[in-house]
Design a protein around this ligand. Structure first.
Ligand code: 5AD
Length: 358
């Protein structure tokens, strides 16, 4: 049966029920032969090639604040983690990161932080418009959590182009096991729909092998993505953090993450999918295995080196290597050797060419 599904995978993914999908994902993760998994990879690579050729896009990541008012149980930056070192970058430090990134060739800056109330709309709009004034050929992506519709609108009007807000899990019961009661899936989803209505290129996403995850919740993730059709989707393995309630869990291998990446690529051929830092942290070849599973984005870290260790979402999060200048040229060589084509344009979603609109 699995071979029949593989023959018409995109159609299957586009139409199937939660039940069938649950069974299929379970089968891929637990029983599928090497041949079937290879075929999945081939389909994902082909689907990416049709949309974006062999291009790999870059985003410079700036982790500008490690303060967070939330308590996501899996995350090292949760408010209850009193051991977490908190920092904030100043506006000029953030701009300086962009300058370094610009010199390196990046044309997208991702500003990410915990949910830090210090950053009022006024402050964030000013940071965003300063970056857009200074680097008018660049896209600004924000990844700063749940805010009001008015706030999202103000940030969009200030020039922000894209917004990343992982849904984390599309299953309400699962969501409730990963977050305190005041954080709800409903509220997350509401934010995602606001962002889309306003006109952002929107990113959703989830962890694979997170605590209490089942094949059914993964099927729910696929079905949510199928309906919502995000422009970007961040998928990475769950990695425990030593100062969280999930510290005792072990870090699984990345096989299931790669399977989910490939399925999502086949479902949404035009999506921008990062080979995430979590993937690179969990496996020494994680980044390239992610690209071979269908990813087409890499997000090198531009955060000042002395703060990187303090943006600790999970244990041993990578912050050196391809992030450093010398490391980055090695990465470019590696990508070329693997047959990928580093692309230094803004890397907008295919259906979304803002250069023409603005
Ligand atoms: N392991 C892997 N990913 C994590 N994130 C947070 N904590 C962890 C962890 N322990 C991810 C979440 C969040 C993103 C910024 O990092 O999915 O949305």
């Amino acid at each position: 049966m699995i071979n029949d599904i593989m023959k018409q995978l995109p159609e299957f993914l586009a139409t199937t029920t939660e039940k069938e999908l649950t069974y299929f994902i379970g089968n891929l993760c637990e029983e599928a032969s090497e041949d079937v998994l290879l075929e999945l990879t081939r389909l994902a690579m082909e689907s990416r090639r049709v949309s974006y050729g062999n291009k790999v896009f870059f985003r410079g990541l700036i982790e500008f604040s490690s303060y967070c008012k939330n308590d996501c149980y899996y995350c090292g930056l949760q408010k209850s983690n009193l051991k977490a070192v908190r920092y904030r970058l100043t506006d000029s430090q953030i701009l300086h990161c962009c300058e370094l990134g610009y010199e390196r060739g990046f044309r997208t800056f991702v500003l990410q932080s915990g949910e830090d109330q210090y950053y009022t709309d006024y402050r964030l709009c000013s940071i965003t418009s300063n970056i857009k004034d200074r680097f008018s050929d660049c896209a600004v992506t924000l990844s700063i959590g749940e805010r009001s519709r008015e706030s999202y609108q103000a940030l969009f009007d200030a020039g922000a182009d894209r917004y990343l807000l992982r849904h984390e899990t599309a299953n309400e019961t699962h969501y409730a096991k990963l977050h305190p009661a005041r954080q709800t899936l409903k509220s997350r989803m509401r934010c995602l729909y606001y962002l889309k209505e306003i006109g952002f290129q929107v990113g959703a996403g989830f962890m694979v092998d997170s605590p209490f995850q089942t094949y059914e919740t993964l099927a729910d993730d696929i079905i949510f993505l199928r309906d919502f059709k995000p422009h970007m989707i961040g998928i990475g393995p769950f990695i425990p953090h030593k100062d969280t309630g999930f510290a005792h869990l072990s870090s699984p291998d990345i096989k299931n993450t790669l399977i989910m990446l490939s399925l999502v690529r086949c479902l949404l051929p035009k999506a921008l999918l990062p080979a995430t830092t979590a993937l690179a942290t969990a496996d020494i070849k994680g980044r390239e295995r992610g690209l071979f599973a269908g990813a087409n984005v890499i997000m090198p870290n531009l955060t000042p080196v002395d703060h990187r260790k303090d943006y600790s979402l999970y244990d041993n999060k990578l912050s050196i290597g391809c992030e450093a200048m010398e490391g980055f040229s090695v990465l470019l060589q590696q990508l070329k050797a693997l047959g990928f084509e580093p692309d230094f344009s803004r890397g907008d979603h295919l259906d979304f060419n803002k250069d023409e609109e603005r």
